[in-house]
Write a protein that binds this ligand. Structure first.
Ligand SMILES: Cc1cc2nc3c(=O)[nH]c(=O)nc-3n(C[C@H](O)[C@H](O)[C@H](O)COP(=O)(O)OP(=O)(O)OC[C@H]3O[C@@H](n4cnc5c(N)ncnc54)[C@H](O)[C@@H]3O)c2cc1C
Length: 603
């Protein structure tokens, strides 16, 4: 179970996701065994689009240049309508400030797995075993047991960690009894690869084209060696009918009419599902890639989100192997990556599907007008492309992984000041503020469901930690979940019961409890602060006028809890400065980021 003092790691499945995880671990010197059921790496034609975050991950793994070399760059994509007329061109160069890779790379997924294998061959700690079909995995105390087909009662491997990357029909997921709920679309997809060059027929054709033709919607995409056309097929048609050469020619001729038959090199039919595993982590097992979530291929997000899973899973395992709480590692990975699957990938891919098959003429016109306006406005185009290129989702996920793996409360319950500095460590702060008190952005939180989207946009752009306040009477647990998802760094609540509710619901948010000092004497404010500290507040913030006597009284009442005041630092007399030294956080409402326009007011 342990190799060189480190728990052994078994990766199940040598698809793009399992191989990415294996290379990530091997690159950190972690021994890893990859078990693959197939006799060799798969060569089938599936994913071919790499979004910018995946290229960033490949750079971290040291293979991005070789991958780019094998693919073609798509610096933009197009929406086309009836008769393939151009609706809009989305130019990805507006993402230059967001990524070093402002394009999609088209390269078959099998090229990635073969490239990774070549790199793994140089790693002495990696075992890559083919013809090794995992039948089931059992969770034990401190280790998981991996049974290969035919093992009987004795497992072939006892592993400290198992990464289940064995695809949509995952034996790992099924053997753990994890539900895989969702829907199956009525349509299946026909994918045809042809060596015919559509650039000869359609002027200024981009390497990716979404065709919004109600009678014949689909995708036309260029790979390094072919063009691929993806069409929905009628639920009433059998695969045999659909794959009949005459039918294939008819579909292609419907796309662009040619005087001769199309040269077809490959065709296949896929069923389409939107499904997400009930949990991505159980005991010592993490689920990743298609084993954890599947979605329709419109937007090219399945493999890309799986690569992001692999990246996050490696982070979680490295944290646990460095002495971090293993339970926290699993919970953080599972929560953050499941949220990304549910709230980003499933949502975006399903929206793409709904929009492309929209039959209502008015709705279609609205979608079309929106696309045109977006393409013509660089600010809107950037926001839109940050979503379609999965940058927004990846950044959110990464911030949440970092915060989740930086405990607010360690198992040893270190002093509150220490907890606070831990929590602050990964907050991105403006350079010029490094030596001064921190300025927090304070928001009046609105109890509206859409607020997390607006907040996410704000937190993504904010250069300081964003603190959100829960409105009086709000459902604190729901607000905590929403704010965590929106990347808020801390939550401000008033009253001991709200504090308790926030503490119970939070995973990685700092909880700041406020005491109103207006008109109250030092001892009653100190008593209120002690009650909040007892409820588990991480920081006590005093609102209203604060003087030295008051702050000293509160500090004496809660000596281990950092204090913050909402007064500006310039009005703080000594010894307040002394008391605040080491606090590390000053809520400075005078310099607060205004949320006006970003978040609708609670009223
Ligand atoms: C037509 C089509 C086009 C697509 N295009 C894109 C795209 O452009 N971009 C994108 O991001 N995604 C795309 N996808 C989705 C993408 O192909 C998948 O999300 C991706 O392959 C998932 O990778 P994975 O490693 O999780 O699983 P897989 O690629 O399925 O790999 C799983 C591996 O596990 C092995 N295995 C299975 N069971 C066992 C077992 N019991 N024991 C051991 N090994 C086992 C399998 O042999 C396989 O090698 C597309 C999908 C389709 C169908």
């Amino acid at each position: 179970m342990s190799e060189g003092g480190r728990p052994s790691i078994v990766v199940v499945g040598a698809g793009p996701v399992g191989m990415t995880a294996a290379l990530g671990l091997a690159g950190q010197g972690v021994p890893v065994t990859v078990l693959e059921a197939g006799a060799d790496l798969a060569t089938e034609t599936r994913a071919s689009t790499f979004h910018p975050p995946s290229l960033g991950i490949m750079r971290e793994l040291g293979i991005v240049d070789e991958l780019i070399e094998m693919g073609i760059k798509a610096p933009g994509f197009q929406y086309r309508g009836y008769n393939r007329q151009l609706i809009a061109h989305l130019d990805m160069s507006v993402l230059e400030q967001d990524t070093d890779y402002p394009y999609r790379l088209h390269c078959e997924q099998s090229k990635l797995t073969h490239l990774i294998r070549r790199h793994l061959e140089h790693s002495p700690n990696v075992t890559l075993r083919f013809g090794a079909e995992v039948e089931r995995v059992e969770i034990g105390t401190g280790a998981a047991r991996v049974f290969l087909a035919g093992d009987g009662f004795e497992p072939s491997y006892t592993a400290g960690w198992v990464l289940g990357a064995d695809g949509a029909n995952s034996a790992v997921r099924r053997s753990l009894g994890v539900a895989f709920e969702g829907i199956t679309y009525p349509e299946r997809f026909l994918v045809i690869s042809t060596t015919h060059d559509f650039c000869d027929d359609i002027p200024d054709l981009a390497p990716v084209n979404y065709v919004y033709d109600p009678a014949d919607w689909g995708v036309l995409l260029r790979t390094p060696s072919h063009w691929r056309a993806l069409f929905p097929i009628d639920p009433g048609q059998s695969s045999e009918e659909v794959l009949d050469p005459d039918h294939i020619q008819a579909r292609l001729q419907g796309l662009v009419t040619l005087p001769e038959p199309y040269p077809v090199v490959h065709s296949t039919v896929y069923a389409l599902h939107q499904r997400v595993a009930a949990t991505f982590g159980l005991g010592q097992v993490l689920l990743l890639g298609d084993a954890a979530h599947i979605n329709n291929p419109l937007g090219g997000m399945g493999m890309n989100s799986g690569i992001q899973d692999a990246h996050a899973a490696v982070q979680a395992l490295l944290y646990a192997m460095a002495g971090g709480d293993p339970k926290r590692a699993v919970e953080t990975y599972a929560r953050v990556r499941r949220d990304a699957a549910m709230l980003d990938v499933q949502k975006s891919s399903h929206r793409n599907y709904e929009q492309m098959r929209e039959a209502d003429a008015r709705q279609r016109e609205a979608v079309r007008a929106n696309i045109v306006e977006t393409a013509n406005d660089p600010r809107r185009a950037r926001a839109y492309l940050r979503v379609t290129s999965m940058l927004a989702s990846f950044e959110t996920s990464q911030r949440r992984m970092r915060r989740g793996l930086t405990p607010v409360r360690g198992a040893a319950q270190q002093p509150a000041g220490q907890r606070l500095s831990d929590a602050l460590r990964d907050w991105s702060l403006p350079r010029q503020d490094d030596t001064g008190p921190l300025t927090a952005a304070v928001l009046a939180a609105a109890e509206v469901p859409s607020c997390s989207d607006d907040l996410a946009a704000l937190t993504a752009g904010a250069r300081v930690p964003v603190v959100a306040a829960v409105a009086a009477g709000a459902d604190v647990a729901a607000a905590v979940a929403r704010f965590e998802r929106a990347n808020v760094s801390a939550i401000e609540v008033a009253g001991a019961s709200s504090t308790r509710a926030a503490i119970a619901a939070r995973n990685d948010l700092l909880v700041i409890a406020t005491v109103d000092a207006s008109g109250a004497g030092p001892s009653s404010v100190g008593k209120a602060a002690a009650e909040l500290a007892e409820a588990g507040a991480d920081v006590i913030a005093l609102t209203g006028p604060a003087n030295g006597a008051l702050l000293e009284a509160v500090h004496r009442a809660v000596p281990h809890v950092p204090l913050a005041t909402t007064a500006g630092s310039d009005v703080l007399p000594e010894p307040l400065g002394l008391i605040l030294a080491g606090v590390g956080l000053l809520l400075d409402r005078s310099a607060a980021l205004s949320a006006t326009g970003a978040v609708p007011s609670a009223s």
